[in-house]
Design a protein around this ligand. Structure first.
Ligand code: ZN
Length: 59
């Protein structure tokens, strides 16, 4: 199970309502609405990793 970063619901990765990728991380959402909210302001939800560690992993 993954946590929906927007509403905090537990989301089954096998059957997510929606998914998105930001900062090299995959996010799972309970519904498209939460994905929309996430994409409006992803920085608000993405837990920043240590600078430099993710370099090169995203095209
Ligand atoms: Zn949600």
């Amino acid at each position: 199970m993954s946590k929906d970063p927007v509403c905090g619901a537990q989301v089954n990765e096998q059957r997510p309502g929606a998914t998105a990728t930001q900062e090299c991380q995959n996010f799972f959402f309970c519904c498209p609405h939460c994905k929309d909210e996430f994409l409006k302001n992803p920085q608000r939800y993405v837990a920043k990793q240590q600078p430099g560690t993710a370099a090169g992993c995203c095209g």
